[in-house]
Design a protein around this ligand. Structure first.
Ligand code: CO8
Length: 260
């Protein structure tokens, strides 16, 4: 697959996606969205061997410093709504991905960058990371679901404060408020994320996918997460991996899952 603005590498079962526009602090433009859509909409559904994804930003300064302001500065309402829907749709593909996706945040994660990190299932950051939603400084609301996911992650009280004051939070505070999972050493963000994904890659893949699906159902207003869990739990029992997992436990050995 050919990409213009991302670099795609593999480390065993883990795909590492680097957003590669360091001259613009990896700002999200149309080309980045096209590339992310190819990865999450086309490539990953056809690659059963990939068991986790890391998203990071090129260079030492930024994960992603937001949507590309230069690209939308002349937009009208119709164009703005269309772009917002497109970004939200691509971030939903990430959130609904069958394998875990971790944002490895090495610097600024602002606006659309913070929204991208929040659409991932987990976030690992180095000490130089800075998270923020500065949209109201530009006369905008967040457009890629920042008003929804920030509140889900940190609650309405802290979320509204950050959205309205635009105050940036560092890695330690982000961990404290529940925005990220872990603070790691500077420069080790990707490695830490890959290691976590390699641990998850040893688990039963269908059960991992269904667990992500059930957690997402909690936030889906059209779905009953409790019922969804009961159904998915039952479906797991029809998988070969369920037989293997329980058999391996009884035989006191490591399971050999086949994603079936
Ligand atoms: N878009 C486009 N270019 C950017 C962006 C961006 N978001 N951020 C940085 N750049 C560019 C700069 O213009 C600069 O380019 P050049 O060298 O050609 O002038 C280069 O990256 C380096 O940036 P700085 O010189 O500004 O670097 P500093 O270290 O001085 O500052 C900051 C770093 C603080 C991160 C600063 O760059 C900044 O404030 N950036 C903008 C942050 C921001 O406001 N982000 C939110 C954008 S809006 C958004 O994300 C809304 C999402 C929903 C959109 C829905 C659309 C309809």
């Amino acid at each position: 697959m050919n990409f213009n603005t991302i670099i795609s590498e593999e480390d065993g079962p883990v795909l590492i996606i680097t957003i590669n526009r360091p001259e613009a602090l990896n700002a999200l433009n149309k080309s980045v969205f096209d590339d992310l859509e190819q990865v999450f909409g086309i490539m990953l559904p056809g690659r059963k061997d990939i068991r986790g994804v890391v998203i990071t930003g090129a260079g030492e300064k930024a994960f992603v410093a937001g949507a590309d302001i230069k690209e939308f500065s002349e937009f009208n309402a119709e164009q703005g709504t269309a772009l917002s829907r497109r970004g939200q749709g691509i971030f939903k593909l990430i959130e609904q991905c069958n394998v875990p996706v971790i944002a490895a945040v090495n610097g600024f994660a602002l606006g659309g960058g913070c929204e991208l990190a929040m659409a991932c299932h987990m976030r690992i950051a180095g000490p130089k990371a800075k998270f923020g939603q500065p949209e109201v400084n530009l006369g905008l609301t967040p457009g890629y679901a920042g008003t929804q996911r920030l509140i889900q992650l940190v609650g309405k009280t802290t979320g509204l404060e950050l959205l309205l004051t635009t105050r940036m939070v560092g890695a330690e505070e982000a961990k404290q408020i529940g925005l990220i999972n872990q603070v790691t050493e500077q420069g080790k963000e990707v490695e830490t994320a890959v290691n976590m994904l390699k641990i998850i890659a040893e688990k039963a893949p269908i059960a991992v996918a269904k667990t992500i699906h059930c957690v997402n159902a909690y936030y889906d207003k059209n779905n009953d997460g409790f019922e969804e869990e009961a159904v998915q739990f039952g479906l797991c029992m029809e998988t070969e991996d369920f037989r293997e997992g329980t058999k391996a436990f009884i035989e006191k050995r490591k399971p050999n899952f086949k994603n079936q």
